[in-house]
Design a protein around this ligand. Structure first.
Ligand SMILES: Nc1nc2c(ncn2[C@@H]2O[C@H](COP(=O)(O)OP(=O)(O)O)[C@@H](O)[C@H]2O)c(=O)[nH]1
Ligand SMILES: [Mg+2]
Length: 319
């Protein structure tokens, strides 16, 4: 069942501002293939995605795109040509493109990104593509969301990018060297052989400009998916993704609890005692931890009691 476009747009907006994904939608997820496309700014990730959409649509596959790249043409700061190209896709019912504002998280994956991936998955898209800027920590996070990670580079990158590259290489299932048209790198596919049984990362030369290598790239992504399924790695990766997502949510929740507790009168007394050298910071943390855990126990007990009360009430009204 496919959600209508405006319905999905509204849901994604709600998720982006931190709203939860309805449980019945989460139950419908797990069918989409999640592709992560990452790499330094300007290497041509968005242009490649544009080409990939063309290719996948020709195979009759539906595609959802989440661009977390602030420099992305998909996010609207594009040249006229890019905008026209994206507009063509946006009129296609089988394509949904959304760029996310990256307020605090520079180009990385946020709590809401995972929720939006789930939403597109539940909406029935065959392929969900997440575009992120691969600099520093962020690339690790996209590997926690995606089944297949495509790292895009181009020849003659600067020193700083060369350093960032090693982290990116670690998570690459498929390596793409884009802008082949500019650098005379016309080998269509180089590097190790790959098959559905054993994975050795291929290096694929592409040109998002001329379209060279795009079919090879799509083929490599398909073979990687087959490899994940046959080797049992898909289940492994997805279990890891669940763990990473729950860990992230738990951390956010705990961070909020800590900030909240620090505002309370008890914490103020403890902090004052530390300032007066009556208490050392370690003992303060010990006390505050007890305080935070205690208040969490109280609030979850309260939530459980009120849920029980509500259930009883519902049962009574049904009778
Ligand atoms: N010559 C050439 N230019 C490209 C190619 N791919 C992208 N570009 C250009 O490189 C610039 C950055 O591309 P973009 O897709 O925004 O890169 P991103 O920041 O990685 O998403 C744009 O001006 C594109 O038109 C390519 O294969 N060849
Ligand atoms: Mg981009």
């Amino acid at each position: 069942m496919k959600m209508r476009d405006n319905e999905l747009t509204k849901l994604v907006t709600r998720l982006e501002s931190g709203g939860p994904l309805p449980t019945e939608l989460y139950r419908r997820t797990g069918n989409a293939r999640i592709l992560g496309i990452t790499g330094p700014p300007g290497v041509g990730k968005s242009s490649l995605i544009d080409r990939l959409i063309d290719n996948l649509r020709r195979q009759d596959k539906t595609v959802g795109v989440i661009a977390i790249d602030p420099t992305s043409p998909i996010s609207g700061g594009a040249l006229l040509g890019d905008r026209l190209r994206m507009q063509r896709h946006s009129e296609d019912e089988g394509v949904f493109i959304r760029s996310l504002a990256t307020r605090h998280h520079h180009g990385g994956v946020t709590d809401s990104t995972s929720q939006i991936v789930h939403a597109l998955d539940a909406a029935g898209f065959d392929i969900v593509i997440v575009e992120t800027v691969g600099t520093g920590q962020d690339e690790v996070e996209v590997a926690e969301v995606a089944d297949t990670v495509v790292v895009v580079l181009m020849p003659e990158l600067g020193d700083e990018i060369q350093r960032a590259k090693s982290g990116l290489m670690e998570i690459a299932d498929v390596l793409v060297i884009n802008k082949a048209d500019l650098f005379n790198a016309h080998a269509p596919a180089t590097g190790p052989h790959y098959s559905a049984l054993k994975w050795e990362r291929p290096t694929i030369h592409t040109s998002a400009k001329s379209g060279e290598g795009i079919t090879t790239l799509c083929g490599a992504m398909d073979v990687h998916h087959a490899y994940l399924v046959h080797s049992g790695k898909l289940a492994e990766r997805r279990a890891r993704a669940v763990r990473a997502e729950v860990t992230r949510l738990l951390q956010s929740r705990m961070a909020a609890s800590i900030l909240c507790a620090l505002e309370g009168p008890q914490a103020q007394t403890i902090l004052t005692d530390v300032a007066k050298r009556k208490l050392d910071p370690y003992d303060a943390v010990e006390k505050l931890t007890k305080e935070i855990l205690g208040s969490q126990k109280r609030s979850s007990k309260h939530a459980a009691t009120s849920t029980r009360r509500q259930t009883k009430k519902r049962r009574k009204t049904r009778r």
